[in-house]
Design a protein around this ligand. Structure first.
Ligand code: ZN
Length: 151
């Protein structure tokens, strides 16, 4: 294992154990529930959107380390961001995990800590764990009443 992937591994474990923004939100005006039946990840994403800005973002529920770390880093990265940033970041995150590009370095600048999840692409089952928070956020921003899934 290279030094870089060890560092990444640590970051994922740290966020999995001590997730950021894992809390309920009274002021939320967008909420959605997400479920990944393959792993059992079941989360709710809360967002407080004012105009085009995600003023506050949080999640709660029960999920594996990969899903929790992804949700934790996602909320950190997108808090105070524009709602359009959520779309473009999700697109890049998904490309990193399922696209032809296998080099995490290519995504480090735009995705920041989220690039640490690049190694997940080698485990297709876990890709769904990593993308569930994003599908759920998208559903929340679109006010979808359906439970978001990874399919
Ligand atoms: Zn999972």
């Amino acid at each position: 294992m290279s030094e870089l992937s060890e560092l990444y591994q640590e970051l994922i474990l740290e966020h999995g154990k001590n997730p950021r923004n894992m809390r309920s939100m009274e002021a939320a005006n967008h909420n959605a529930e997400g479920f990944n039946p393959l792993c059992g990840d079941h989360i709710t994403v809360h967002a407080h959107v004012v105009g085009d800005t995600i003023e506050d973002l949080s999640f709660e529920g029960s999920a594996c380390a990969i899903c929790t770390a992804s949700a934790s880093m996602m909320t950190q990265q997108l808090k105070s961001a524009a709602t359009s940033d959520a779309d473009s970041l999700f697109e890049q995150f998904r490309n990193m995990l399922t696209g032809p590009e296998s080099n995490a370095d290519a995504y480090e600048q735009s995705l920041g800590k989220l690039a640490s999840l690049a190694g997940v692409r080698r485990y297709p089952m876990r890709v769904k764990c990593a993308t569930l928070p994003w599908h759920t956020l998208k559903a929340a921003l679109e006010d979808s009443a359906d439970i978001a899934t990874t399919e």
